[in-house]
Every structure is written in structure tokens, then in C-alpha cells.
Design a binder for this molecule. Structure first.
Ligand code: NAD
Ligand code: GLY
Length: 375
């Protein structure tokens, strides 16, 4: 694979104009963002752009992006929001609206989200709603955002009562990925996002799974050669793009992206969001979903072992504390926002690269799988 790659997210239907867009993956490409935006037609009507970022990311990459946009003729303003999930709030959203007003953004102006999933989701929702929708460009800076959150148009903020309760489907015009920025990403963030990378291998892309299996370690960037990283980013983006193209609004198929997440969310919640971060909990959720699939005779022990081995290579946890409240996990499953008509719909692997939906998983079966990984 060459050192740049493009994935198209194809979004067309009879009633709507073409909203397809590209995910461009190229090393050292941050400095070329401005030229690319001109190439895709941004700036024809309005030259105004608002960059939204956080202090850490801005410190590393803000100046490069700002310079690139200014040199391409854009009138750039920048808003720096505090870092972290706890700031994915209506207050931060209001700050984006205020900055949009100050900078006099018009319908054809753009917001550039420079950051991880938190910045991307909030900026996306602001772009979806400001003047009923302005242009949006995602410049993901975490592995999670590159393979998942910047792609596919889910945008939103948290409500005090729950994550991502307020939001909209709103697709960007471009996703601009420069893998070089991952060099400054904290190792735990990289490991955590590896759970999502492994997820794509299990649910959609056997070749990706095999490529990952050939690596000795997946826990630090220095163990992953740049060409392999490029291929991983490409294959994950392609997997997400393929799924989103087929089912943009999560009517059915898109829900497979939640593999490992239902139990993962329950584990995060029952451990008060302190013991595991999101990706770590998703890794555990995948192990449990795999064990359920094996118990139901849907999946082989051998492939489940291969999945666990990848999770181990990413140095993600593979066991739960012996005293974890199993009943609380079961109770939590039934209040998950993905529950429909009172049924917990499990996504279970049937072969590497394939999953099926299943709504006959009993509480006892879940507990049986939980017990297998108690430490
Ligand atoms: P994040 O955005 O909080 O970023 C993680 C941390 O890494 C932050 O502290 C950030 O400052 C830092 N950081 C980011 N890029 C960096 C870089 N290049 N160098 C150094 N530090 C850097 O976390 P995340 O994991 O990217 O995103 C999590 C969010 O994404 C959650 O809010 C979740 O709900 C959302 N999400 C959305 C979707 C979707 O489809 N929209 C999918 C998955 C997750
Ligand atoms: N992260 C799940 C989705 O985008 O649908």
C-alpha cells in the first residue's frame, strides 16, 4: 500500500443529493488541509472557517492547521475547549455557537474539528445545527476518531443523565487523517482504540484480523510499522464506510458496530467508569460476546481464542474482578439505550469477519460467560 489512501463513504439515495465524501489517509498531510478544502470547493462562497480543538491538541497541531488554512485563503478563527469527556456538554456546545456567531459563520462556512471523538462529536453537532447545517470537516487526532468516530456522521453531546443522548446524524464533507499525529497520543488511548480496530476484524474483515494476528504487539505505536499502520487505518475506515453506506441511520446492519459494546457499557457503568476506560470495557465485552457465541454453538473455541489473543496483544484487560456485581451488569444490560422492545439484542460472531444478531441470550448465559473471565 502506498503512503496515502482514500476511502469513499458512499451516500446516495433517490430522494437526496449525493452526500458521499472521502476519508483521506496520508502521513504529514496536516499542512495540506487548506489546499484540499479548496480542491473540494469549500471557500467558494464563504472563506470563513472555525477550528474547534482542545489545548493539548492545539499545542501540538493547531498552528500547522491554522497556517495551512490561512495560506489557502481562508479567514480562520479558533475555539479551544477544555479537554475531556466531562466537557462534552451543552455548555461547550454553547461556546461553539458563540464562536460561530462572533466569527459570523454563514451556511457555506465550515467548522474544522481538530481532535478526538469528544471534539469531533461536539463540533459535528454544532455544524449540524448552526444555521440548520453548515460545512463540517473532521481532522481526527486519536486512533479511535480515525477508525470510528470521525466517520459515519454520528454527532452529539452528553446529557447529565447519559452519554450521547443529544445528537444528530450529520455527515462531514471530508475526513482528513494524518497518522503522524498518533505519535503524541498517550499509550492508553492507543490501546483502548485497538479494541475497536480488533472489532472490525472480527465483525467485518478477516484480512484485517489476520494482519493484526501477525503482529507481536499492538499496544504501542513503535511496534506497528508505518505501512502496517496505514493499512490498518485504511481497512478500518473501509469497514466503517461500507457499513455506513449500507445503513446510514442504524436501521439494522450498522448496529453490528456495537459488537462488544452492550456488555462493555454495562461493565463501565457497574465499575463507576473508574476501573476501565471505554476501549478496555469494549475488549471485555467482546470476550464475553465471543464466549456466549461459543456456548450457543455459533462460534468455534479456536476463533474465540484468536480474538482473546489479539486483545492480549493490545494489552487490554482479559479478566474481571472476582467480586464484580454480576446482577448489576445484567440489570444494566436491560436499560442500555440500544435495547429495543425490552429485548437485549446481542451481536455474536459466527466466523472471523462475520456476526449475527441474536435476541435469545438469557441472563444465565451472560453470567456463565462473565464467570469464565473472573480473576
Ligand atoms: P478524546 O476525544 O477524549 O481524546 C482522548 C485524549 O487524547 C484527550 O485527552 C485528548 O486531548 C488527547 N489527544 C487527542 N489527540 C491527541 C494527539 N494526537 N496527541 C496527544 N493527545 C491527544 O477521546 P476519543 O477516544 O478520541 O473519543 C471518545 C469519544 O468519542 C466519546 O465521547 C465517544 O462517545 C465518542 N465516539 C463517537 C463515535 C461516533 O460514531 N460519533 C464513535 C465512537 C466514540
Ligand atoms: N460507533 C458506532 C457507529 O458509528 O455506529
Amino acid at each position: 500500500m502506498s503512503d496515502s489512501a482514500t476511502v469513499n463513504v458512499e451516500l446516495r439515495n433517490d430522494s437526496q443529493p449525493n452526500r458521499s465524501y472521502d476519508i483521506e489517509i496520508a502521513s504529514h498531510s496536516l499542512k495540506d488541509l487548506g489546499a484540499k478544502l479548496v480542491e473540494i470547493g469549500l471557500g467558494k462562497k464563504s472563506k470563513k472557517i472555525l477550528i474547534v480543538s482542545n489545548p493539548v491538541i492545539d499545542n501540538h497541531y493547531g498552528a500547522t492547521v491554522e497556517k495551512s488554512l490561512s495560506e489557502s485563503g481562508f479567514d480562520v478563527a479558533k475555539l479551544i475547549l477544555p479537554a475531556g469527556e466531562r466537557f462534552k456538554t451543552a455548555t461547550s456546545l454553547q461556546k461553539i455557537y458563540d464562536a460561530a456567531l462572533d466569527h459570523r459563520l454563514e451556511r457555506s462556512s465550515a467548522i474544522v474539528a481538530l481532535g478526538g471523538g469528544v471534539i469531533g462529536d461536539m463540533s459535528g453537532y454544532a455544524a449540524a445545527t448552526w444555521l440548520r447545517g453548515i460545512e463540517l470537516v473532521q481532522v481526527p487526532t486519536t486512533l479511535l476518531a480515525m477508525v470510528d468516530s470521525a466517520i459515519g456522521g454520528k454527532t452529539g453531546i452528553n446529557h447529565p443523565q447519559g452519554k450521547n443522548l443529544i445528537g444528530a446524524f450529520y455527515q462531514p464533507r471530508l475526513v482528513w487523517v494524518d497518522p503522524e499525529v498518533l505519535k503524541t497520543l498517550p499509550a492508553r488511548e492507543l490501546r483502548s482504540a485497538m479494541a475497536e480496530v480488533i472489532k472490525y476484524g472480527v465483525i467485518w474483515d478477516r484480512e484485517l484480523f489476520d494482519l493484526l494476528s501477525q503482529c507481536d504487539r499492538l499496544d504501542q505505536l513503535r511496534y506497528i510499522k508505518p505501512e502496517l499502520l496505514q493499512t490498518i487505518l485504511y481497512r478500518c475506515a473501509k469497514a466503517k464506510a461500507d457499513v455506513v453506506s449500507k445503513d446510514e441511520k442504524e436501521g439494522n446492519l450498522r448496529a453490528i458496530l456495537n459488537y462488544g459494546h452492550t456488555v462493555g457499557h454495562a461493565i463501565e457503568s457497574v465499575t463507576n467508569y473508574r476501573l476501565y476506560n471505554h476501549g478496555e470495557a469494549v475488549g471485555l465485552g467482546m470476550i464475553i460476546a465471543g464466549a456466549i457465541a461459543v456456548d450457543l454453538g455459533l462460534w468455534s473455541n479456536d476463533e474465540q481464542a484468536q480474538q482473546v489473543s489479539l486483545i492480549a496483544k493490545a494489552k487490554l484487560p482479559q479478566t474481571l474482578p472476582a467480586d464484580i456485581d454480576q446482577d448489576a451488569i445484567i440489570a444494566c444490560l436491560s436499560t442500555d439505550k440500544k435495547v429495543e422492545a425490552g429485548k437485549v439484542r446481542f451481536i455474536l460472531p459466527t466466523a472471523i469477519g462475520h456476526v449475527s444478531f441474536n435476541d435469545v441470550v438469557t441472563s444465565e448465559l451472560v453470567k456463565q460467560s462473565l464467570r469464565k473471565i473472573l480473576s
